[in-house]
Design a protein around this ligand. Structure first.
Ligand code: GDP
Ligand code: MG
Length: 209
């Protein structure tokens, strides 16, 4: 309504991508500025407050294992897609198959969210593991072209080596959300379902293979 509450914005962000591309590494780097190496396969929603241009943004970030991703044909009921304001689609520059999966994920999100006519969709495509250049299987140009063709933002990053590039991914997404005015203020938080960071560090693993 009015007052200080209007300065606080929630941005619900879902991180998608195939297995082992660095979704958790990227998320944890943003939250803690650290790279811890192994992350297990834990589905978590993290909440993280950031001051951006004098305004507080509450990032709610949903990181989940690939095994639970993209059930075919049910996207309108996919609660993660409906929950999200913005999307980070991660592939590894060393893994061609992970890159090939990105287009399908963009189409899936666009269809589920009615983003079809939007010029600038709130989706960031991220090529991770830039530090492993000797194993590169996808060129920067290919990533850039795909982002251009789909109306998404594009970044190449290394969650292992660099915090700043990861920060730019999240800031870039917030800019997009504000352009599209899709960042909405939510009266009730999601604190009840936010799991603590300790889940990551305790390396509790589920029974995924
Ligand atoms: N060299 C390198 N390894 C990375 C990078 N990001 C993640 N990894 C490693 O890749 C593996 C998978 O990362 P993880 O975040 O668990 O992937 P997820 O399955 O997509 O969540 C782990 O061994 C990470 O240490 C990166 O930028 N560079
Ligand atoms: Mg993970």
């Amino acid at each position: 309504m009015s007052g200080t509450a209007s300065l606080q914005k929630d941005a619900n962000i879902v991180v998608l991508g195939t297995d082992s591309v660095g979704k958790s590494a990227l998320t944890v780097r943003f939250l803690t500025r650290r790279f811890i190496g192994e992350y297990g396969h834990i589905e978590s929603i993290y909440s993280h407050n950031v001051m951006l241009d004098g305004r507080e943004i509450v990032f709610n970030i949903w990181d989940f294992p690939f095994s639970q991703e993209l059930p075919s044909g049910t996207y309108t009921k996919d609660k993660r897609i409906q929950w999200a304001d913005g999307f980070i689609l991660v592939y590894s520059i060393c893994d061609r198959a992970s890159f090939n999966g990105i287009v399908r994920q963009v189409q899936y999100i666009k269809a589920a969210k009615d983003f079809i006519d939007m010029e600038k969709v709130p989706i960031v495509i991220v090529g991770n593991k830039r530090d492993l250049h000797h194993q590169r299987a996808v060129s920067s140009e290919e990533g850039q072209l795909m982002a251009l063709a789909t109306g998404c933002q594009f970044h190449e990053v290394s969650a292992a080596e660099n915090y700043h590039s990861i920060l730019m991914v999240f800031h870039g997404l917030v800019d997009r959300l504000q352009e599209g005015r899709s960042v909405t203020r939510r009266p009730t938080g999601i604190k009840s379902i936010v799991k603590s960071m300790s889940a990551v560090f305790s390396r509790r693993r589920t029974d995924s293979v």
